[in-house]
Write a new protein. Structure first.
Length: 367
């Protein structure tokens, strides 16, 4: 469900711009840097994975007392969403900056029932193999990072994750009913790991310059109460370069590997509303994912802008099986509407993949 994180994060921001009557700011703290905003609003969006979705969301945002104006605003988002595909997700997602960003705490707590197609494993999983599975998941994840080199804006820290999932009955004679896929019996995933990042973006929502590079390694095992022993390593490298008068060119490289006794639900996946737009999230999955994308964002007038993007990506059973021949393309374009002064945007994208397309109405930039 990571493909929905961007949707949940600032769908509230969109409706804050459209319905200010449901939001208010605290007035008992005169300094602008400590002003808090609380909102409770309806929300709606569309992606190929969900079709039309709607629900209610809440957002608490602002800077903590003692933080200066250069400190990024903290936020805690809650949402409860139901879709036309009979999916539901309840989620709370805090992102906290403390002591002028000396500490960063990120979290995610989620409960979902999310019917979704499964195509099997591998870079050539056939379309005709698709079947619908219905995972019921509970997820808790926390990251705590400390700034260790202020000059480089370098952070390091620890992270923990616990997830349990179960399934409705699989289709008779289908892929998952065969028992050939590790994890089809459900169970618990529990992991602990380390993470590091450097973040010099001038804006976390709509960066025009700087970089965000993050890497993590999480070890899952029975010592934390999990049913599977495996390791996941991720790297997410993003850079932003301004050009012309006020346009920006963004680049992203993302790598993810899983090794050991990996349940299929935890395998790296290709597709979604962020990277490899035009493919369903999870259309291809395997032990390794590698992807690259570039996006040009150009202002049009006032709060309106446009974007064009292109990407390449693939999955494989091991790093040595990645190949140029297996790369899949992603192309597309979209419109942007800036909805808050912090730089949040309403994003409308149309992406083209190989024999697939996707239309996305979401919030915030893809990366």
């Amino acid at each position: 469900m990571s493909s929905l994180n961007a949707l949940y994060r600032l769908a509230a921001g969109l409706l804050l711009a459209l319905a200010p009557a449901v939001s208010f700011a605290a007035t008992d703290t005169p300094p602008a840097s400590s002003k808090k905003t609380i909102i409770v609003i309806p929300m709606a969006y569309f992606t190929p994975e969900t079709s039309l979705a709607g629900g209610i969301g809440g957002l608490l945002a602002g800077r903590f007392s003692g933080s200066d104006r250069t400190t990024r605003p903290s936020s805690v988002l809650f949402s409860a969403v139901y879709t036309l595909k009979n999916q539901f997700t309840i989620q709370m997602k805090p992102e906290i900056y403390l002591k002028n960003e000396a500490w960063v705490i990120n979290g995610n707590a989620e409960w979902s029932r999310f019917p979704t197609p499964f195509f099997g494993l591998g870079n050539e999983a056939p379309e005709e193999a698709s079947e619908t599975m219905t995972p019921i998941q509970i997820l808790t994840e926390v990251q705590v990072l400390k700034r260790i080199v202020p000059r480089w804006k370098l952070y390091a820290g620890v992270m923990g994750v616990y997830e349990s999932y179960s399934f409705r009955a699989f289709a008779s004679g289908g892929l998952l009913a065969s028992g050939d896929y590790r994890g089809s019996e459900g169970g618990a995933l529990a992991g602990f790991g380390v993470t590091a990042r450097t973040d010099s973006r001038d804006n976390v929502f709509s960066p025009r310059r700087g970089r965000f590079w993050q890497a993590s390694a999480v070890f899952h095992g029975g010592f934390l109460g999990g049913d599977y022993r495996f390791t996941k390593i991720k790297a997410d490298l993003r850079s932003y370069v301004p050009f012309a008068s006020s346009a920006v060119l963004g680049f992203q490289i993302k790598l993810e590997t899983a090794s050991g006794d990996v349940p299929f639900m935890a395998l790296p996946k290709l597709g979604g509303d962020s990277l490899m737009r035009g493919y369903l999230k999870g259309r291809y999955c395997d032990r390794v994912f590698a992807g690259f994308q570039a996006e040009a964002r150009v202002p049009i007038s006032g709060r309106f802008g446009a974007a064009v993007f292109a990407g390449l990506g693939e999955v494989a059973g091991s790093p040595g099986r990645l190949s140029l021949a297996g790369l899949k393309p992603s192309l597309g374009a979209g419109l942007r509407v800036r909805i808050t002064d912090e730089g949040n945007t309403l994003r409308l994208d149309y992406g083209f993949g190989r024999r697939s397309t996707g239309f996305y109405v979401t919030v915030n930039e893809a990366f």
